[in-house]
Design a protein around this ligand. Structure first.
Ligand SMILES: [Fe+2]
Length: 385
């Protein structure tokens, strides 16, 4: 057996468990906060989670300012507006309460606050030089894991594409991972974020930058999603299931943050800038087609995924094993209520040239187990129409 290649593993401090969010004041104080910028969105503000956090900060004598102008697939202009607000209020610590969009916007604000310049200039890997302000994340979805990851995904409105900023500086300082905050997710958001977590685990596991430590988390996440995703959608108030999905998201996040992703995310990022639909939905629609494309270059890894998901591969040829995994993934997608394809969501054949051009430049494509150029990605999009 060959020796492993060197790999690093980065993870923020995190607290996992019921009521973890109530530790926010203690951490903000430890970071020397005088005025906290609370980043959230209108949907979360309508639930009790944002108010909970604000009350906790108030009780500890910590002033806070609230920035809510964040939309799904957060835009470059929202990051600029948030940075302006952060500076004008004299904030010194950022607390993000929300899903991946809110957390990514908060990361963007932190990057611009101390590095200056424009958020779009930080696209790519390791472009951030100055440390960002302390960032405390309280995720309210179980899937994106932006609260743990080195990724910050922002929509470039001018080009209608999502850019990926990947840097150790984008790792939050602490994540307060509290399963109770996911109780208010609607069934479709639960489905999309859960499938996103599954794709994180699968893409990390087959990534060319994978490692034994990544594998442990990726496989554990797959088992948890196998056992809990559909059941959680059917019983949204089941806190035990919600906690299992939150743990799955956390472990998938540890995996992909350190192994990066692949062609599913590269094509989904390109779609996300174009369609402005849920990120996990884009992943769900691309996954089957990417597995078909990738399988021959990582057959052993995909077979391990299939067995972990509970598929009996005995006696099957390679093609049959590939097809069995694709079918399992398709059935899960349908059981989660993600039906039809890209065409039903407004993508036309004439759009695919641009979509594949952007996907071919996405940083996630570099760790895909099979090299995928623009023409390859064109074919994958055609199949997903
Ligand atoms: Fe994702």
């Amino acid at each position: 057996m060959p020796l492993y290649e060197q790999r690093k593993f980065v993870a923020p401090e995190f607290i996992f468990g019921l009521n973890a969010r109530q530790r926010v004041a203690q951490y903000a104080r430890n970071f020397g906060a005088r005025r906290v910028l609370l980043v959230s969105d209108a949907g979360i503000a309508a639930e009790r989670w944002l108010n909970d956090v604000r009350v906790t900060l108030d009780a500890a004598g910590l002033a806070s300012e609230v920035f809510l102008d964040v939309t799904p697939n957060p835009r470059d202009r929202e990051v600029r507006a948030g940075t302006e607000f952060y500076r004008s209020c004299g904030c010194d610590v950022i607390v993000a309460v929300g899903g991946g969009s809110v957390i990514d916007c908060a990361k963007g604000i932190g990057i611009m606050a101390t590095n200056g310049g424009d958020i779009l200039t930080y696209e790519g890997i390791d472009k951030i030089e100055a440390p960002t302000p302390p960032l405390i994340c309280i995720p309210t979805t179980a899937g994106t894991s932006a609260d743990l990851s080195q990724f910050c995904i922002i929509t470039d409105l001018g080009r209608r594409v999502k850019i990926a900023i990947i840097s150790k500086a984008a790792v939050p300082d602490v994540a307060l991972v509290d399963p109770e905050t996911t109780l208010t997710m609607d069934p479709y958001l639960t489905a999309c974020t859960g499938i996103d977590a599954l794709v994180h685990a699968m893409e990390a596991f087959v990534s060319t930058a994978s490692s034994p430590v990544v594998d442990v988390h990726a496989l554990a996440a797959m088992r948890l999603i196998r056992d809990n995703l559909v059941a959680t959608i059917k019983a949204p108030g089941d806190l035990v299931r919600r906690e299992q999905m939150m743990l799955a998201s956390l472990q998938a996040g540890l995996a992909f943050s350190n192994a990066s992703l692949g062609a599913v995310h590269a094509t989904a990022h390109s779609l996300g800038g174009f369609l402005d639909r849920p990120h996990g939905e884009s992943n769900a629609l691309m996954l089957e087609h990417v597995i078909r494309f990738n399988y021959s270059n990582a057959a052993d890894r995909y077979d391990t995924i299939a067995q972990t998901l509970g598929i009996d591969l005995r006696g099957m040829t390679g093609t049959q094993r590939r097809d069995a995994l694709v079918e399992w993934v398709r059935q899960l997608r349908l059981a989660c209520g993600v039906c039809d394809g890209l065409g039903a969501r407004g993508v036309r054949s004439g759009d695919i040239d641009d979509l594949s051009g952007f996907a071919a430049q996405d940083p996630c494509i570099f760790t895909n187990p099979r090299r995928a150029n623009r023409d390859d990605l064109h074919v994958i999009y055609e199949e997903a129409l």
